[in-house]
Design a protein around this ligand. Structure first.
Ligand SMILES: [Cu+2]
Length: 145
């Protein structure tokens, strides 16, 4: 293969990679999880196909739950059994479960304008009591415009 065809081939591979990843989502929200917080690189995104790229930097397993709700992100009532009622507080859009320590997962969802909450709704029984990740601080708001 000549230098020119090699160059064209490499360009084709690069271009198809770029175009295919762009076709998947209109915007990407990067989310970091750890004990006991959640961080995101965007507080607002335009409506459309939004990719959530989630990285667990913590030691424990976490999850990402996406709910469309006008409720204040940090004062959703807790169920007696622990955690929040994902179906009751608003519309449960999607979730990524079982994001183990030091691992990343992603999901792409179509979002209309409105108020959303990202949270981890895991509840664990520890010797010292119930560990409710939401109540311990794993929640952030997201506005879709
Ligand atoms: Cu968690």
């Amino acid at each position: 293969m000549g230098v020119a065809s090699k160059t064209i081939l490499l360009f084709t591979i690069a271009a198809s990679y770029i175009f295919s990843s762009n076709a998947l989502a209109d915007s990407t929200v990067n989310v970091l999880l750890q004990e006991w917080r959640m961080m995101s690189d965007k507080a607002r995104v335009p409506s459309g196909k939004i990719k959530f790229s989630v990285q667990n930097r913590g030691r424990e397993t976490h999850e990402l739950v996406l709910i469309k709700t006008d409720a204040a992100y940090d004062s959703i009532p807790l169920k007696p059994t622990g955690g929040i009622d994902e179906e009751k507080v608003g519309v449960l859009i999607d979730e990524i479960e079982n994001i183990t320590s030091k691992h990343s997962k992603a999901m792409t969802v179509n979002l209309v304008p409105g108020n959303y909450v990202l949270l981890c709704n895991m509840v664990e029984m520890e010797p010292e009591g119930k560990e409710e990740h939401y109540a311990m601080g794993m929640r952030i708001p997201l506005v879709v415009e």
